[in-house]
Design a protein around this ligand. Structure first.
Ligand code: FES
Length: 151
């Protein structure tokens, strides 16, 4: 992976922390996540410590630090979905998969993400698995949905 990251880093000036976010964005775009090895390489390149990098990246929820699972489950926590019970659905998914948003299950089957709004609020509460939108979600429907994607 380091060679690939090297190809990304040559586009940026060495030792300039101002490029931290675009560098991390480029890495995530290429690999789907920012690995701990990538954090070390970016730290060497920019002069930022791993703590600084995690701190900056954690501020932006777009970054993930674990390898994405086979399926990505996104639960909407926007206002329309929230008032229709998306919080309970998220809790249930967290419990069933034993992960928090931003994490991947131990079997690498599912990644869980929380999203601010998918732009289809009329279907609230909304859960998106991979690219498929599942609207008017309920806890029993969410459980069935997870089973369907479990191989
Ligand atoms: S608030 Fe959930 S889709 Fe808009």
């Amino acid at each position: 992976m380091e060679n690939g990251i090297g190809d990304i880093l040559v586009r940026y000036p060495r030792g300039d922390r101002g490029f931290l976010i675009p560098i991390l964005q480029a890495i995530q775009e290429s690999y789907g996540y920012v690995s701990s090895e990538a954090v070390d390489v970016v730290g060497d390149f920019t002069g930022a410590s791993p703590g600084e990098i995690f701190g900056v990246a954690s501020f932006y929820s777009q970054f993930r630090f674990t390898r994405p699972g086979k399926h990505t489950v996104k639960v909407c926590s926007g206002t329309a979905c929230h008032v229709r019970g998306s919080g309970r659905i998220l809790e249930l998914v967290e419990h069933d998969l034993q992960v928090k948003p931003g994490e991947t299950t131990a079997d690498e089957q599912f990644s869980l993400e929380r999203v601010a709004c998918f732009g289809c609020c009329a279907l609230a509460p909304v859960v998106v698995v991979d690219k498929t939108v599942h609207g008017r979600m309920t806890s029993p429907k969410a459980q069935k949905l997870l089973k369907k994607y479990q191989d």
